[in-house]
Design a binder for this molecule. Sequence first.
Ligand code: ASP
Ligand code: MG
Length: 469
Amino acid sequence: MNDLLVMKFGGTSMGSAERIRSAAALCEEAWRQRPVVVVVSAMAKVTDMLLEALRHAEGGDEAGLERLLRQLDEKHRRCCNELLEGAARDRTQRVLDGILEEFARIARGVLMLGERPPRSVDEAVAAGERLSAAMMAAYLETRGVDAFAVNGWDVIVTDAVFGNASPLLEQTREKAGAMLRPALEKRRLPVVTGFNGATLDGRPTTLGRGGSDFSASILASVLDAAELWIWSDVDGIMSADPRLVPDAKVLSEITYREAAELAYNGAKVLHPRTLAPLMEKGIPVWSRNSFNPSFPGTRIVPETKDGPIGPRAVTSMTNVALVSLDPASAVLSGTRIMARSLEALAAANAEVLALTSSSYRQNFCFLIRQSELPAVIEKLEETFSLELAHGYLHPIDVDLDVGLIAIVGEGMRGQAGLAGRIFTAISREMVNIIAIAQGSSELTIAIVVRKDGVEKAVRAVHAECALGR
Ligand code: ASP
Ligand code: MG
């Protein structure tokens, strides 16, 4: 569709009646000029509350479950009351009640069973986005916009990996097209729930935490949108986290590949998988601040106007774990151990943030998110139960006192001496480097350091590479 704009609002941009009003004003302004599809997250904290409710249910804690159900009800009721009045309010409140009842029904099922099957979780947690989409659409209607709420599972088709599903783009193109195009032609404004989809045979799935960005990019891609605007609560993508680096600046333009690397390595502005569906078509993305809408934000494009200028940004992550495997005997093939470890990581559905190996003893280590550690250890112990029992493999070592810093930029490619300058800058701060990884694309240099050295290292690299204002 010509000139179609997809706009996505994150949890803080939907966080209260007042925020929803501001977001709606942005939707309305764009809709008066061009066709628009809106994608919304749940209100801030709501997905966490839904998941916590299910955890209480699984643990048999009925009181805890009921308390969260009450909190969820109060939060949305208050928002609905502040946002709407009269018949529109009553009608919307009934919709909210229905969605929360469905959630409660699934949660009570979990309570009875004492277990929380991933597919029930996916069906249940979609409630957060369904609640926020219902309120946004109802409020837009009161402003004279012909808006309507759409459930993600009626437009996005995914595989059956519950909790972290991937889209089937061709099927989604068909389904989303059939559902949304006729409405857009009539100048209607769909408000689609982010985060959720469904398998081809209609079982609800979710796209992973923070997945609403991904929902928006999937829809932008299959609807051939002209642009995607992602509204959050920060001015755009920055050269570093401004809480760590006071002179960090907003980047006016960066490439898809750079943005994807930054997201992957801990920058919180975009879900890491967001950009993939857009790259092929070159659909530009803007990262913008719904609290500061006059600021243009960051434009994410196939190639930047100033070309690859060198390092562009530095990010860090501290909620990570360094896992080391160390064969005790030369009888074992290190390569096989590595292969089987990677199989175990895949089975645990974990992402490897960095992987290094260099010793003739064939030991190696990899960095993962702490949230994924329990599943990873379980799979590794399962895979190597024999080797561990017989002492062919030293006990698996886990180091939580580490952090990752990543320097990202297309222009780092082929810049001799850059890595040396970065390492020198870090060691000048007396921060010890534990592991280093750089892919052959030379897009990112990843460095693992002690946790208490992360902030110093980020500042040192930011200054050394002159990334600031
Ligand atoms: N509400 C979901 C989450 O918190 C999806 C999102 O906000 O993007 O993970
Ligand atoms: Mg988000």
